[in-house]
Structure formats: structure tokens, C-alpha cells
Design a protein around this ligand. Structure first.
Ligand code: GAL
Ligand code: CA
Length: 310
């Protein structure tokens, strides 16, 4: 009703102009994730670029503040205020049912992005889609770039024992990107003849500050022994770089954020893999357009990744 519209402050439009307006609701898992913020900026820019005389486009961006319950409520508000398509970056990728039910009741298609619902949930209704990079492929690419660096830089093996002593920084338990980047980067390194010795795996919530803390602890525990840090994302890789200072430890990240690209150029990180937020934004927009035009769209739409080195 009126209040829902007031709460969101956008969207509701009645009368003849209603048809001319496309209202897109974007809801992220948090507002404190630089990669996600870059992605939503792209999404918004690309949606705005589609605006023309015939059609106004209103984009509303909200965050779930790391709380699935709160995200559900924000979705409800957006639906109440009137919304034609939802783009959702779930807080808990295993708990989309309530959002699916609400969207379905109002016949509003949902494009999930970055945090992938499980297949069974995506199959709950025909108007559910996922846009994101292929997590397994991403892990393989990260392993390949790390192997290439190690195989061409023999000095990485500081103690010359023929093995690479490594630590791994993980995003969060249960996230498809964290699980697959961990598993497939390590498998790929081994496949490319890098002999690994695992020292420790640490969860750091995709977060720079937490990773810096973890890395400080790892350095006091293992000292010079650490030769390689594999990180599920760039923010954590940059936290590790901070803790490492002038020590000789190779760091490999993921995302190719601006800060990480600068760190690669400066020689503080060996490499990263680009998840392309611009391409993801464009893909989501294109997908939304097709859905609204009644075209058939695949449920899972992968977006390519790319290797970044100096
Ligand atoms: C990953 C990304 C991380 C973080 C996470 C949030 O794909 O690499 O940096 O943004 O998504 O779900
Ligand atoms: Ca070694």
C-alpha cells in the first residue's frame, strides 16, 4: 500500500505512464563489499543507458545487511512499491525460498547474481535465472595463472625443497565461489606439476581487514616457511599483502578490482583473475530485457573470466 511506496520512495506510478516505466529492484547481500559495489554501479549505469523517450528506467538499490531476514523484508517492500524485475545477490544462497514465493505471487521475474542458488531452487519456478561466472572454471583459471607464475619463478621455492608451502584464504563457508576456487585452484596447481605443501586454510569473509589479521597470525606461526598465498578474492589478497610487507611471499587473488590491478602492477601481487562486472551488468540487463519481451532465456547464464598479470 501507500506506506510500502513511501518506505522505498520510488517505483509506484499509476495511470497511463505506468507502461512506459521499467522498475528494477536490486538487492545485494551487504553494502561493504567493494566487488559487489562495483558490480551494482555497472548494473545501474547499463540500465540507465537503456533509457529513452519511450521508456523511463528506475533503479532502486538496497542491501540485505548480511541478514537474510532483512533482505527478505527489503524485497517485500520493493514488491509492494511496484517492481517489474528483481536482481538479487542473496545473503544466504541456500535460502531463497521466501523471495521466490513472494516474486512468484506477483509474477515478477528474478535474476539472481553472484551468489548462486542451488539447482533445485532455480527450478522452483520458470522465471528464475542466474547470472554469474562459472565457479569451477574460475578456480581452474586461478590455478593456471598461479602455476604459470611459480613455474617461471623458481625463487618462489625459498627453501628449495621442491615444494611450495602455501596458505589459502577462503571467502566464506558454503559460497559456491569460495568452494570451487579453493578446490579447483589447488587441483589445477597440482596438475601443472606444482608440488604443494598445505600449511593452513583460513576463512576471512571476503574481507581485507580480517585477512590481514589472519595473515599476521599465520606469519607469526609459520614465519619464513610461507611461500605462497592463494586467496579466494582480491580484498583478502590485499589484506595479506598488507601483513606481508617486505617479506618475500607470492600472493594470487581473484576479481581484478582496481586496487588489485594496481598491486599486480607494483609487484605486490603476482596475479589475479578478472570477473568482469561490466560484462555481468550487461548480461543481467540483456537477460532482463529478453525476459520482459517474453523470449526464452537459459536459467543459468555464465559470464567469462580473464587472467591478469603484470
Ligand atoms: C565473489 C567475489 C568476492 C565477493 C563475493 C561476494 O564472486 O569474488 O570478492 O564479492 O563474490 O559474494
Ligand atoms: Ca619450498
Amino acid at each position: 500500500g501507500e506506506c510500502g511506496a513511501c518506505a522505498v520512495g520510488v517505483f509506484r506510478q499509476v495511470g497511463p505512464d505506468r507502461e512506459k516505466t521499467l522498475r528494477v529492484g536490486v538487492i545485494t547481500y551487504t553494502q561493504d563489499d567493494p566487488f559487489i559495489n562495483g558490480l551494482t554501479d555497472e548494473l545501474k549505469a547499463q540500465l540507465k543507458a537503456m533509457e529513452n523517450k519511450e521508456r523511463r528506467i528506475i533503479v532502486s538499490i538496497k542491501s540485505g545487511n548480511d541478514d537474510q531476514q532483512e533482505q527478505n523484508e527489503k524485497v517485500e517492500e520493493m514488491i509492494d512499491a511496484g517492481c517489474d524485475v528483481l536482481c538479487i545477490n542473496l545473503v544466504d544462497r541456500t535460502a531463497p525460498s521466501r523471495i521466490i514465493r513472494m516474486a512468484r505471487n506477483e509474477d515478477i521475474p528474478v535474476i539472481f547474481f553472484n551468489r548462486e542458488p542451488v539447482r533445485e531452487d532455480l527450478m522452483q519456478w520458470e522465471k528464475l535465472y542466474y547470472v554469474g561466472c562459472d565457479a569451477e572454471q574460475s578456480g581452474i583459471m586461478q590455478g593456471e595463472i598461479a602455476a604459470e607464475y611459480i613455474n617461471s619463478h623458481p625463487e618462489v621455492d625459498k627453501n628449495k625443497d621442491g615444494k611450495i608451502q602455501y596458505v589459502l584464504l577462503e571467502g566464506e563457508a558454503g559460497h559456491q565461489d569460495a568452494i570451487s576456487r579453493t578446490e579447483y585452484s589447488v587441483k589445477t596447481l597440482m596438475k601443472k606439476d606444482v608440488i604443494l605443501e598445505k600449511l593452513s586454510y583460513q576463512l576471512a569473509d571476503w574481507n581485507r581487514g580480517q585477512a590481514e589479521n589472519r595473515m599476521n597470525r599465520l606469519i607469526s606461526q609459520y614465519g619464513k616457511k610461507i611461500e605462497l598465498v592463494m586467496s579466494n578474492n582480491d580484498e583478502m589478497a590485499l589484506g595479506a599483502v598488507e601483513a606481508i610487507g617486505s617479506r618475500k611471499i607470492v600472493v594470487v587473488g581473484f576479481d581484478a578490482t582496481d586496487d588489485a590491478q594496481a598491486a599486480v602492477k607494483a609487484g605486490k601481487m603476482a596475479a589475479t583473475v578478472a570477473q568482469k562486472p561490466d560484462l555481468m551488468g550487461a548480461t543481467a540487463v540483456e537477460t532482463a530485457q529478453k525476459i520482459l519481451n517474453g523470449e526464452t532465456v537459459d536459467k543459468e547464464i555464465p559470464v567469462e573470466v580473464e587472467l591478469i598479470t603484470k
